[in-house]
Ligand binder design. Sequence first.
Ligand SMILES: [Fe+2]
Length: 383
Amino acid sequence: MDSFSFECVRIVFGCGSLERLSDEVKMLKGRRVAVVTDRALRETGEKVCEILNRSGLNCELWSGVTAEPEIDVVKEFVSQFDFDTVVGVGGGSTLDVAKLAAVTGKDGDPERLVGRDVSGRKAKLILVPTTAGTGSEVTKLAVFKIPGREVKYVFDSPSLYADVAIVDPVLTVSAPPEVTASSGIDAICHAIEAYTSRYASPISDVLAEKAIKTGSNALREAFANGDNLKARTGMSYAALLAGIAFNNAGTGLGHALGYAHSHIHNLPHGASVGVTMPYVLQYNAISDLKKHARIARLLGSNVRHTRDAAFQAGLEFANLLRDLNMPLKLSDLGAGEEDVSDIVERIFLSEKHVSRNPRTVRKEDMFELVRKAVYGLLSAENN
Ligand SMILES: [Fe+2]
C-alpha cells in the first residue's frame, strides 16, 4: 500500500443534532455569534438564533446571501456586526461565505485574499448544511465569482476548515425534489470522481464506495418522497462521506466538463456535472476496469464480467438520472455541434481537475466525448 495522508474536520451528525449548536459554540469559547444564511432560509436562521439565545449567547442574523454569490457578499456580511464566531446555515454558497468571513473577521476585505495563500483565522467557524450535496461543510475549499474572471475562483486552504460541521438531516426535508436531485447527484459525482482520482487513497476509497451505494438508493427515495426521513438521513450521510473523500482525493473530468458547458444552460451545479457524467464514466472505464466495474455494481448492475461491468457504469449512472427526471444529453439543453469546440477548450481551463483524472485527458478524445454528450450516444461498449 502506498503511503498517504488524510484530513477530516470534527463532525456532529444526526437528526436533531442542530440542538447541539450552543454546546459547540461554548466549547469553542465563542461569545458573539454571527449567523449567515440566504433569504429563503431566514426562518431556519431565526430558529438557529433562538437556540443560541436560549443558552445565553449573543446572536445576530444576516440573510443576504444570493445564489452563486460574488465575493462582495462576504464584505457586506462582515461589515454588519462584531463577531468572534461565524455559523453558516445553508447550501454550498452560504457555507463558502461563512468560511471566508471567518478568515477576514469584522470589516475584512476578502478580495485581498485572491491570488494569495489564505492563512490564519479571525473567528471560529461552524457549518450547518441544509442540502445534501456540496460537502462544503467538510472541505477546505470556497468557490466564488470574482468580477473580471471568466472561471470561478477557488480558495483552497486549511484555514477554511470548519471547527465543527453539524449535519442535521431534518434541515434537508424542506428541499423541493429538483433541488434534492441536483444536490444529490453532485454528491454522487464527488464520490465517483474521488474514487477514480489519481490521488485516491484506501480511506477515501472506503468512504466513496459507501457514498455511491448509500447515496444512489437514498437519493431515489428522497426524490420520490421528501418527507422520508430515513432517505434524507441516508443522503446527508452519503453527501458527507463524499465530501470527506473528495476533499482528500479531489474531483476530475466530471467536474471539469460540468463547468465547461454550464454557461450554455445555467442548470444548477449538480445537474450540470451529472448530465455529462455517463460519458465521462465511459471514457474513463479503461483507466481502471475494476474500479469502474465496482461503480456499476454499487449503482445497481449485476453484470459479472469485469470489463462488461466497467462499461456498464455510464449506463447505470444514466438510469439514475432518468429516475430523477434529469437531462441525459446536452442537445436537450440547447447545445449543438457549434458548441463542441468551445466546450472542449473550456475543459482545459480546469487544470487541476484535468490533472487528477484517471485517464489522460487528450484534446482529440474530448471532441469525441463532447459530441457523444451532445447527441446522447451512450452504450455498454467501448465505442
Ligand atoms: Fe460538485
